[in-house]
Design a protein around this ligand. Structure first.
Ligand code: HEM
Length: 926
């Protein structure tokens, strides 16, 4: 390998490693750490607003504060919340620190500002006996750049930073010149002097850079001015209150009164907060860990210690809650009370009450412990061994303050602090900075890094960017729906709604839509006929409008694809069924006879028919499609049933893509074993069949025969793989059995409670067949039975879910659907729509179909489609209805039946819509 290649490779690998580590660190910070923190504290009883991914509580705080500031205020002193916010996130952060207050007072009282105060008082003379705006005069200390700094918008901030640097550099330069010309002696000991000297210090370890010098100046301009002027203004305000006003008129009535000034202050602090809160978009790859895993972990850790707090909301943390609380608080009128805590920081005020004195809230994804217990505050503030360093400063605060004393850490802080102490005569603080812990990275191969990196980026793209993009695309076209939850989409909501619906006891009503698909039922109401829901991160358009359903299902140019199944199924049941129907009917009849033999033991007694029909349809599909018996395929059916159970209980449980390669749940392990078991059992049947083919034994053209022949086809283009063969068999074992057995179960249930229709049907059967077995000709003439079966399929359609995927951008009605959008169509919606069927939609009325389906549906094929519509219509339609008609006829010929008191009405979905506890009927021999 050439040197250049090696160089390129090593560069790529280190770049990958860098990205990977950045990503992991980001995730750790935004996700894992906040959750861990929260849990740790909540287990200790510390509660707080929930952590929102990335934003934590910032949005809420920002909005609450904004809201609070917009409310006119009386002369109340309850300002805690307002300042608290600033303490935590903004400029006045620095006021929190006692040393700084000391610095400022030292500075004010002892050194620099005597002169300034005298100048100010001189000006005040002009206002004697007149109105004066105290804060204006007090903030005369202000430098022009400060004014400029605070009143600009975010996008000017870079420019501002440069703008601020220049005048400071100017001042520094002047001072340096003065020092050079020997003029410096008059400044001895002032802060700037100390800084300039430090900058020129010959001892490299004591020397500070020019950037540090500028930052420090900025810090002190702000810390030394804004805080003090505010303190003085408030003090004066309170003194007025006590003395009844003298030379001050409060509040001002005029253009530039205090209120106006407060307004200015508000703008100032708002713009600062804007800068602080408008968090810039993070590097994508940081997101997941930081925004999700970390908060949850932190929360768990803390909650196990009893720390409580509002739950962490993905990305937003507590911000939304805070916002709303703040809005609410600000809308309450306030009297002259000084109790402003609940107005300015309503969230802290109420959460302290709710979660305890120390609780956990979320500054975006960052866990933030709100400590109000004085003892703890003391402990934190007094800590001197750096157990509580300052948090990282928000981007814009950093721009504002530079990396000066307020924001800096470690050795730099220590150095600056020493300078400040001597300049402002503040007591010196011991400072021992813990060395930064360097994480040593174990070298990874470049390909591994790249792999992880790409997987993560792909994951984030899929889980975050794509859903949001898809949502925006559709919402701009008026399509609404439940909001997308990271990774889970709507699954959790759907799962819970289903759970809740299933727990409601149900009477004998046929109104099963709200029980089986409670989410579709309620979201159609809420968001409209066609709405967007989320199957995990996949956008799924639920379409219930018949016109659109028709358009989708009838589409023939592959705009809406379906997972390819059934190609070979069609060979048998598509073309095959029509011709082989004659062969199938005797097979069906003999299977039904076997079943009715068993029923003899139940005469005059109760019988559970669903299990009976399961065995029957299994036997029928085994015989007709696989040329074997149910017994031979019994294992396969049982394993398929177990698999169906597992897949249905996991239908709304999502797992991270690829995670099952590392860790498998019990269900995953079991399902893999089942799949293997099913494959082996089917292979066994195939082997036997192949042996028979070899020995020349004639089987006829059953389904398995067609599949085996296709598998052995010498023409490569016609040949099907063994996997395809297995899949095809599985599909048929399931599709050919489950659906038809539930159709029969529900029909018997309906006839058991509508004995008049049972009698009608019996009459028809007896008139056509007498006591003879049904024949193909008579079967086509069963009109009443067909009406009953159709009404049964309308009320209890066995297959309720039809899905499609948008292959390419396509127009559907007035909508433009983006590629990859999933479409969800359910037969339940139109089948139970009173607008289509009338107010008696939930009643069993087979007479609806007395003049055929077209008449019943007013030629709207998407009003009734238990077997689907269009090119992908069920291949087993004739097979299933024929089987059902024969079975019903043969039962009606022999028995009358009524519903047993043991029956519990509980339709539920497990592959098909089935009676959860079976259908128990009393069997009366005719
Ligand atoms: C009452 C009984 C049945 C009902 C309600 C039913 C329902 C459905 C529905 C709604 C579809 C369309 C799915 C779609 O458009 O995506 C379908 C497709 C299918 N059904 Fe059935 N089915 C029944 C019986 C059967 C039987 C007995 C078999 C096999 C013997 C069968 C095999 C299939 C196959 C292979 C497909 C896929 C067709 C394709 O995608 O081209 N079904 N069924």
């Amino acid at each position: 390998m050439g040197a250049v290649e090696i160089l390129v490779m090593s560069l790529t690998s280190s770049l990958c490693l860098y990205f990977l580590l950045t990503l992991i660190r980001g995730l750790h910070k935004l996700w894992w750490t906040p959750i861990h923190m929260k849990n740790q504290l909540s287990s200790q009883g510390i509660k707080g607003p929930s952590y929102r991914f990335f934003h934590g509580s910032t949005k809420e705080i920002f909005n609450m504060r904004n809201e609070a500031m917009s409310r006119p205020m009386n002369l109340s002193h309850d300002i805690f919340p307002q300042f608290c916010l600033l303490f935590t996130h903004g400029l006045t952060n620095m006021v929190q620190e006692s040393f700084k207050v000391r610095i400022i007072f030292n500075g004010l009282a002892l050194k620099l500002n005597w002169f300034s105060i005298e100048v100010m008082l001189e000006r005040w003379k002009h206002h004697e006996g007149k109105e004066i705006e105290a804060i204006d005069f007090i903030s005369d200390f202000k430098d022009s750049f400060w004014e400029q700094l605070l009143r600009r918008e975010e996008h000017f901030s870079d420019e501002l930073v440069r703008g601020i640097h220049n005048p400071i550099l100017e001042i520094i330069k002047k001072r340096e010149e003065k020092v050079m010309t020997g003029e410096g002696s008059s400044f001895v000991g002032d802060f700037l002097q100390l800084l300039v000297e430090a900058h020129h210090d010959a001892n490299a370890s004591l020397k500070i850079s020019i950037e540090d010098l500028v930052d420090e100046c900025k810090t002190f301009y702000i810390a030394g001015q804004e805080t003090t002027s505010t303190l003085l203004a408030w003090t004066i305000f309170l003194l007025i209150g006590k003395k009844g006003g003298a030379q001050f008129i409060w509040p001002t009535k005029s253009k530039s009164g205090w209120n106006h000034k407060t307004q200015d202050c508000k703008n100032v602090s708002n713009s600062n907060q804007l800068l602080s809160y408008k968090l810039s978009v993070p590097v994508l790859i940081w997101g997941l860990h930081k925004l999700w895993w970390t908060p949850i972990h932190v929360k768990n850790q803390l909650s196990s210690q009893g720390i409580k707090g509002p739950s962490y909301r993905f990305f937003h943390g507590s911000t939304k809650e805070i916002l709303n609380m703040r809005k609410e608080a600000m809308s309450r009128p306030m009297n002259l009370s000084h109790d402003i805590f609940s107005t300015i920081l309503p969230h802290v005020h109420s959460w302290i009450d709710k979660y305890g004195k120390n609780y956990l809230q979320w500054f975006g994804p960052k866990a933030q412990l709100v400590v109000t217990e004085p003892e703890l505050i003391k402990e934190i503030m007094n800590n001197r061994d750096n157990a509580y360093p300052k948090p990282e400063t928000a981007n814009y605060t950093k721009k504002l303050l530079g990396d000066g004393l307020v924001t800096s850490e470690g050795e730099k802080w220590a150095k600056m602090r020493k300078l400040a102490n001597s300049a402002f005569h503040a007591e010196s603080l011991k400072k021992e900075k813990m060395g930064a812990v360097e994480i040593l990275v174990i070298s990874l191969t470049s390909s591994l890094c790249l792999y992880f990196l790409l997987t993560l980026i792909r994951g984030l793209h899929k889980l975050w960017w794509t859903p949001i993009h898809m949502k925006n695309q559709l919402s701009s076209q008026g399509i609404k729906g439940p909001s997308y939850r990271f990774f889970h989409g709507s699954t959790k909501e759907i799962f819970n709604m289903k759970k809740e619906a299933m727990s409601r006891p149900m009477n004998l009503s046929h109104d099963i839509f709200s029980t089986i698909l409670p989410h579709v039922h309620s979201w159609v109401d809420k968001y409209g006929n066609n709405y967007l829901q989320w199957f995990g991160p996949k956008a799924q358009l639920v379409v219930t409008e018949p016109e659109l359903i028709k358009e989708i299902l009838n589409n023939r140019d592959n705009a809406y694809s379906k997972p390819e199944i059934g190609n070979y199924a069609k060979k048998l049941l598509g073309d095959g069924l029509v011709t082989s129907e004659g062969n199938m009917i005797p097979s069906m009849i003999s299977s039904i006879e076997v079943m009715l033999e068993r029923w003899k033991h139940h005469e005059g007694k109760e019988i559970e028919v669903c299990e009976e029909f399961r065995l029957l349809t299994s036997e029928v599909i085994s015989r007709t499609a696989f040329g074997s018996s149910y017994l031979e395929g019994k294992n396969i059916f049982q394993m398929l049933m177990k698999l169906a159970l597992i897949s249905s209980r996991n239908a709304y449980k999502l797992r991270f893509p690829g995670i099952s390669k590392i860790y498998k749940t019990n269900d995953e392990i079991e399902s893999e074993e089942l799949v293997k078991g099913i494959h082996n059992a089917i292979l066994e049947i195939i082997k036997k069949r192949e042996e028979k083919v070899m020995t020349g034994e004639s089987i006829g053209g059953d389904f398995l025969q067609l599949l085996v022949e296709a598998h052995n086809d010498p023409n490569a283009s016609q040949k099907i793989s063994i996997e395809d063969l297995l899949d095809e068999c599985k599909t048929f074992y399931i599709a050919g059995q489950e659906t038809t057995s539930t159709l029969l179960g529900w029909t018997i249930f309906l006839l058991a409670i509508h004995t008049d229709w049972q009698e009608e049907a019996r009459k028809e059967v007896l008139s056509l067949f007498g006591q003879q077995n049904p024949n193909p000709d008579g079967i086509t003439k069963l009109k009443t039975t067909s009406m009953i079966i159709n009404e049964s399929l309308r009320l209890y359609p066995p297959a309720i879910t039809i899905t499609r995927k948008v292959e390419r951008e396509v127009r559907l009605g007035k909508l433009t659907l983006p590629a990859n959008l999933l479409l969800y169509i359910t037969t339940l919606a139109p089948h139970h729509d009173p607008k289509i069927w009338g107010e008696d939609v939930h009643l069993f009325k087979p007479e609806r179909f007395s003049e055929g389906i077209a008449k019943a549906t007013n030629n709207n094929i998407a009003a009734f489609f238990p077997f689907g519509i269009g090119p992908r219509t069920c291949v087993g339609l004739n097979f299933a209805t024929t089987e059902a008609k024969i079975a019903l006829s043969m039962i009606l010929q022999r028995y009358a039946f009524t519903l047993s008191p043991a029956y519990v009405h509980s339709p539920f979905q497990l592959l098909t819509i089935r009676p959860q506890h079976g259908v128990q009927v009393m069997l009366h021999l005719l």
